[in-house]
Design a protein around this ligand. Structure first.
Ligand SMILES: [Zn+2]
Length: 287
């Protein structure tokens, strides 16, 4: 008999629960891995963390991979990712995917936050829909280039995803209908970022470190920012209203503080907001 497992979902879990697939080990995921939002559904194993620490009864994978486990508390799938180490990168490529070179690979980084990443999440075409949290998927954060090349390689900081989930929660608290956010740009490989310098991309952008995203809220699905300040127009003031929401999240969670940049309407796109979790406050474009 199929017993509804909904009773075990924590209050507010928005996403449909994943069916239990045979073969996935059942694990009690520690609260700390769900983030401050409680909505993270994927954990990237860092070099100092061992697979056995979280999954003592599961054999460590020989190859970097994404391992799904059945989360006994949330009654849905939770995933662990083992990284493809940075040392796999040869001549600026991982496999055939062009990545480029981080500034810290050739000179001392200006701070810890600007160190080259430890490694990459390998994302096959079919992996794009894998949830990283209740409202975001792996595919949303991939660099938008080399469309025919798979697998792609991604740097993604869970603190960013956690912050975006907290922004979604705050938007709802403020009476908006946010069902996630549209991510215009998430991770950017250094080689992609360098090509965009003439188009206004920052030279040592946080997008290269996986803790930045350019986003807007589009609950009505019209492809642009919603009228967040309810004045009947879509303009920079809606981006400003969004920035105020980020301010509220940063006030509640100072450990997730970072950059906020406002971008106004130009031909080709509506207003959007850059959000990052660099660990120190930065603001630009805020009128
Ligand atoms: Zn940005």
């Amino acid at each position: 008999m199929a017993l509804a497992a909904g009773a075990f979902l924590h209050v507010g879990a928005a996403a449909a629960q994943a069916p239990r697939a045979a073969g996935e080990p059942t694990v009690e995921i520690p609260e700390s891995l769900r983030g401050r939002s409680g909505r993270l559904r994927l954990h990237v194993l860092q070099p100092h963390e061992s697979f056995a620490e979280f999954l003592p009864d599961t054999e460590s994978p020989a190859e970097p991979s994404i391992i799904a486990v059945h989360d006994s508390l949330a009654s849905q799938l939770f995933r662990f990712v083992t990284l493809v180490p940075l040392t796999e990168k040869q001549d600026g490529r991982v496999g055939v995917y062009r990545v480029g070179r981080w500034p810290a690979e050739v000179r001392k980084p200006r701070s810890e936050a600007y160190r080259a990443p430890a490694g990459f999440i390998q994302v096959h075409e079919a992996d794009q829909s894998i949830p990283v949290s209740d409202h975001f998927t792996l595919g949303q954060f991939l660099t938008k280039d080399q469309r025919a090349v798979w697998p792609k390689f991604l740097v993604l900081d869970e603190r960013l995803v956690d912050k975006l989930e907290l922004i979604v929660s705050e938007l709802r608290l403020m009476g908006h209908r946010a069902q996630g956010l549209t991510v215009l740009s998430g991770f950017r490989t250094p080689q992609y970022n360098a090509r965009g310098k003439s188009a206004g991309l920052a030279s040592d952008s946080r997008h290269q470190y996986g803790d930045a995203a350019d986003v807007f809220v589009d609950a009505d699905g019209d492809g642009r920012m919603d009228d967040l300040n309810f004045d009947g127009r879509i303009d920079i003031n809606d981006a400003l209203a969004f920035a105020r929401i980020v301010d509220r999240v940063e006030a509640k969670y100072p450990e997730l503080v970072g950059g906020v940049g406002l971008y106004r309407v130009v031909p080709g796109h509506g207003p959007f907001v850059h959000v990052d979790a660099r660990g120190e406050r930065a603001r630009w474009g805020v009128p």
